[in-house]
Design a protein around this ligand. Structure first.
Ligand code: ADP
Length: 484
């Protein structure tokens, strides 16, 4: 990997704590390339005591950082953003090597991730308060917004860069200090953010990267340490529930980006070619391993056969392989467990009458590859109706009318992203309002941008990331009552 990079010094494996590069008290853990199975790097494995020490340093640094003007914070964040973009290729290589997604997609994630640092740096200047007319003649009501304090993040492996920047961006802009525990599968993409933060002049202790092989130990420290005032998590609903319970003991503020089970609906009046392209972008991005990937595709009966055939033809042409090789459309899945889950969902669908019209097989020459798969005749009793597959499996359900599909789409504990394709304007409004989701894509399969509020309803989470709303999750409102 280092030999492919323009600047091999970006391949750092130590933790970044209080502006220093630190080895792990517990030695190291291996990071493997999911396409080849070889060890990419051995990364510092921190003990709980080291994480405790890092939080103390963050707490001290935060007090100074909060005194900086928004404009001063914006200036160093802009430098940080510029460095990410200047090193986009190297950051992309690191990401592909540890996560598997094709290099072009990895570089896309770097640009997406960097955009949160750019955007929220700019927002640092716009943390406005408010004057409210007083309740008595001598009273003035002033409202100011202040940073919460130290924010701790726990993030997954599917977007090793962007899941961190979209939390660290608003946190730092608000004047919080940040301690990040990256997924153990993908710590290198997080550590390199520390390298660039240091080069950009983000003060020591404001941004810290804490790799550890034990998520539950670090999660406990984050929840039990009184210096941590905010927990921000992206991952499964299952782990989100555990963290919310733990965080309850000290009434910690929490942001939760949890699982989804996105419906993707194609109405008879849709532009079918556009719907197929949207479905591909939405279903197969990151090989189906995003929390906004279409999990259930509902196609109205008049368009069903044509849509299935067009989708099959397009997906059949997609190339599965090593993300570092040119021309790869789909990389490997993250690990063996991910493959097993896709296989379970396919076997279950087949047993209940579904038909596999494309793929269905693991391709285990080397690495965790799985051919993109389409199942027709999907029904409500199949596993993917209630569970996120998190892999390259597109099940096609047939429906007859609008009310039926809205009920089916909403019949889940999740409520993150949803999508539909239709042309009728009244239908567009009606369905967009009826879907119980935090995000609705209408005639598009791609909804992610730093400019929009991303987040879920129901058991998909709490809070929003991105847009001017995203910074509110890192601010406290203070009411000052002035008597004059
Ligand atoms: P995913 O399937 O996307 O990995 P998880 O919710 O299992 O979703 O993991 C998301 C992140 O949460 C990972 O970094 C993982 O290591 C971490 N994690 C898992 N279990 C716990 C826990 N009990 N406490 C804190 N973090 C955890």
């Amino acid at each position: 990997l280092a030999s492919l990079m323009n600047d091999p010094s970006l391949l750092e494996t130590r933790a970044y704590i209080g502006g220093k590069w630190v080895d792990g008290d517990k030695g190291t853990f291996d990071v493997t390339n999911p396409a080849r199975g070889d060890v990419v790097a051995q990364v510092a494995d921190l003990s709980r005591a080291q994480v405790n020490g890092a939080i103390a340093q963050a707490e001290a640094a935060q007090k100074e950082w909060a005194k900086w003007t928004g404009k001063e914070r914006a200036a160093v964040m802009r430098k940080w953003f510029d460095l990410m973009m200047a090193n986009q290729h190297d950051l992309g290589l690191i990401l592909t090597a540890e996560q598997g997604k094709p290099l072009a997609e990895a570089k896309g994630e770097i640009a997406y991730g960097a955009s949160f640092i750019e955007f929220f740096g700019e927002e640092a200047k716009r943390i406005y308060g408010e004057m409210i007319p007083g309740h008595q003649r001598d009273k003035r009501i002033m409202v100011i917004k202040q940073p919460i304090g130290v924010a701790a993040s726990i993030t997954p492996w599917n977007f090793p860069n962007a899941m961190i920047t979209r939390k660290a961006g608003p946190a730092l802009a608000a004047g919080c200090a940040f301690v990040a525990r990256p997924a153990k599968e993908t710590p290198l993409s997080a550590i390199v953010l520390g390298v660039l933060a240091e080069r950009a002049g983000i003060p020591a202790g404001v941004f810290n990267v804490l790799p550890s092989s034990s998520a539950s130990e670090i999660g406990k420290e984050f929840c039990e340490n009184p210096a941590v005032r905010k927990l921000t998590f992206t991952g499964s609903t299952e782990v989100g529930r555990i963290l919310l319970k733990q965080a309850a003991d000290q009434v910690m503020k929490c942001s939760m980006e949890l699982g989804g089970n996105a419906p993707f609906i194609v109405f008879d009046d849709a532009d079918l070619d556009a719907a197929v392209e949207g479905a591909i972008m939405c279903k197969f991005r990151n090989n189906g391993q995003t929390c906004v990937c279409a999990n259930r595709l509902y196609v109205q009966s008049g368009a069903y056969d044509a849509f299935a055939e067009k989708l099959r033809a397009r997906v059949a042409a997609m190339k599965v392989g090593d993300g570092l090789k040119d021309g790869t459309d789909l990389g490997p899945l993250i690990n063996e467990d991910a493959i097993v889950k896709v296989q379970e969902h396919i076997a279950d669908a087949k047993a209940k009458g579904g038909e596999v019209i494309l793929g269905g097989e693991a391709d285990q020459k080397q690495g965790n590859f799985f051919g993109p798969t389409i199942v027709t005749g999907a029904t409500k009793d199949m596993l993917f109706s209630t569970e996120e597959t998190f892999g390259p499996l597109a099940p096609l359900f047939k429906f007859e009318d609008e009310d039926e599909v809205i009920a089916l789409a909403n019949d889940t504990i999740f409520g993150l992203a949803s999508y539909f394709y239709a042309k009728d304007l009244a239908r567009v409004y009606k369905v967009a309002e009826a879907l119980e989701y935090g995000i609705v894509g209408v005639n598009t399969g791609i909804i992610s941008t730093e400019l929009a509020p991303f987040g879920g309803v129901k058991q998909s989470g709490l809070g929003r990331e991105g847009s001017h709303h995203g910074i509110e999750d890192y601010l406290e409102m203070k009411y000052v009552c002035l008597s004059i």
